[in-house]
Design a protein around this ligand. Structure first.
Ligand SMILES: [Cu+2]
Length: 454
């Protein structure tokens, strides 16, 4: 097997060739983290939940600063939320709670003047949650006279805390993000919530319905296979903004111009690497979707992908080869007041700024392809084939055949790979490097039992 090397330089093709760990199993297991509910038993693929004890889950989100790796070989200075005393990570932890829980989130602002020249106050807002309190009082915008300082009570830099609490009254997929800060001694550029969200102060909040963790909402049509649950948190970076913040300089937001676009804080090909990939120490979450074909008895329920965006413009995300069934948006099930089915099939999931979309999908072997029911075309001679690195040598799911001389493949067990990407093509770049950015794959494994690595 190939060994993964840390991505460097702009030769994305060679990067891709080194992306052997699509289904990996080479990586050391992640360090102990408060996680659960990933697709596979070892957490290498699928949404990674950070959980606490229902019905009174408590999380501590600590602001940290750090760096992330980008696909063109550069790094970006970021701010982020980490759980408890955990190391800097990007994006923040995926907080998973249950409908009806009383959720407590202690925000601890560890950004200090010794870390960044002008450390900001930071607050948290929870779009979609009602009745949020901050240190026991209603969470609400903070003013100095008529000047808006922040969207919620803020934790001062150097270790200040604010305790937010709310009842997770309805299921769904939500964001949490900075509401900016009110700095003691007056507002500064760095307390602007637009700056703080752009710098990475955001994360996902998933509220499980009372029906159970295998439902997206309280409705039988929202049931999914809990072993195929995925999350795609879409974001963007203007490196000039990050550099200005790192150096304590001002930045004119009228000049804001993103150059990087990411899924779960990673660009392609890092996006399809395992959760907790060792060479991405501060970017723990992959976005590869690994599923099995629909089967009425063995695999009757679809997968779910929870899309979220903290960007500034629409991201038309586009899974190839399959429509998704949109069952929820912005933490609301798509049903009418009398329970009418308002779900819809969609080819492009056009996630707008601040939106969340819940999308069910599966893969069906509609034509029952098998050597006994061959592809209705003659395959070219092997030497005349141009093969991709994920090709198994066979058009049949679960089959592997010889490859042309000199061709190596990353295909492990005859699985299919279907690309899924942002269809604003200028956004699948990294400062102009094409075919990076928000690209991931759906991996369709042969039906179980199969020969795929666990
Ligand atoms: Cu496409």
């Amino acid at each position: 097997m190939l060994r993964f090397t840390r991505p460097r330089g702009r030769a994305w093709l060679s990067l891709l060739a080194s992306t052997a760990l699509v289904s990996g199993a080479l990586l050391a297991p992640p360090a102990a983290r408060p996680t659960s509910a990933a697709t596979l038993a070892n957490n290498r693929v699928g949404m990674v939940c950070t959980t606490s004890t229902s019905p009174n889950p408590t999380f501590t989100l600590t602001t940290k600063r750090g760096y992330i790796n980008l696909p063109d070989g550069t790094t970006a200075y970021m701010w982020g939320f980490s759980e408890g005393t955990g190391a800097f990570q990007h994006p923040g932890p995926v907080l998973c709670v249950n409908e009806g829980d009383t959720v407590t989130i202690v925000l601890k602002n560890a950004l200090t003047n010794s870390i960044t020249p002008k450390a900001p106050a930071v607050s948290l807002v929870f779009p979609g949650q009602v009745g949020v309190t901050a240190d026991g009082a209603p969470s609400q915008p903070q003013f100095s006279g008529t000047t808006l300082l922040s969207l919620a009570q803020a934790a001062q830099p150097g270790g200040g805390t604010v305790t937010y609490s709310f009842t997770a009254s309805r299921p769904g997929t939500f964001l949490y993000e900075s509401g900016g800060g009110q700095a003691t001694g007056g507002s500064t550029f760095y307390t602007n919530s637009q700056i703080q969200v752009r710098m990475g102060l955001f994360g996902a909040l998933v509220v499980r319905p009372s029906s159970g963790a295998n439902f997206a909402y309280d409705g039988s049509e929202t049931r999914f296979n809990p072993s195929t649950e995925f999350l795609a948190l879409l974001s963007e970076i203007d490196p000039y903004l990050n550099a200005a913040v790192q150096k304590g300089k001002a930045f004119n937001l009228n000049s804001y111009h993103p150059r990087y676009w990411l899924i779960n804080g990673r660009g392609f090909p890092d996006s399809i690497a395992d959760n907790f990939a060792s060479w991405l120490p501060s970017q723990p979450y992959g976005s590869l979707a690994e599923i099995h074909p629909y089967d009425a008895t063995a695999n009757p329920y679809p997968s779910i992908d929870r899309f979220l965006s903290v960007g500034t413009e629409d991201y038309p995300f586009h899974p190839h080869g399959n429509n998704g069934k949109v069952i929820g948006r912005d933490g609301a099930a798509l049903e009418g007041p009398a329970g009418q089915d308002m779900t819809f099939d969609e080819f492009v999931v056009n996630v707008g700024p601040g939106q969340t979309w819940d999308v069910l999908f599966d893969w069906r072997d509609a034509e029952s392809y098998s050597p006994g029911n061959p592809v209705p075309a003659s395959e070219p001679n092997l030497q005349n084939l141009t093969v991709g690195m994920f090709y198994s040598g066979s058009p049949y799911l679960g089959a592997q055949e010889p490859m042309p001389p000199g061709i190596s493949t990353l295909n492990e067990c005859g699985e299919f790979y279907i690309i899924s990407h942002n269809h604003a093509l200028y956004q699948i770049t990294s400062w102009g490097v094409n075919m990076t950015g928000p690209i991931t794959y759906t991996r369709v494994d042969p039906p179980l039992p199969n020969n795929c690595p666990a």
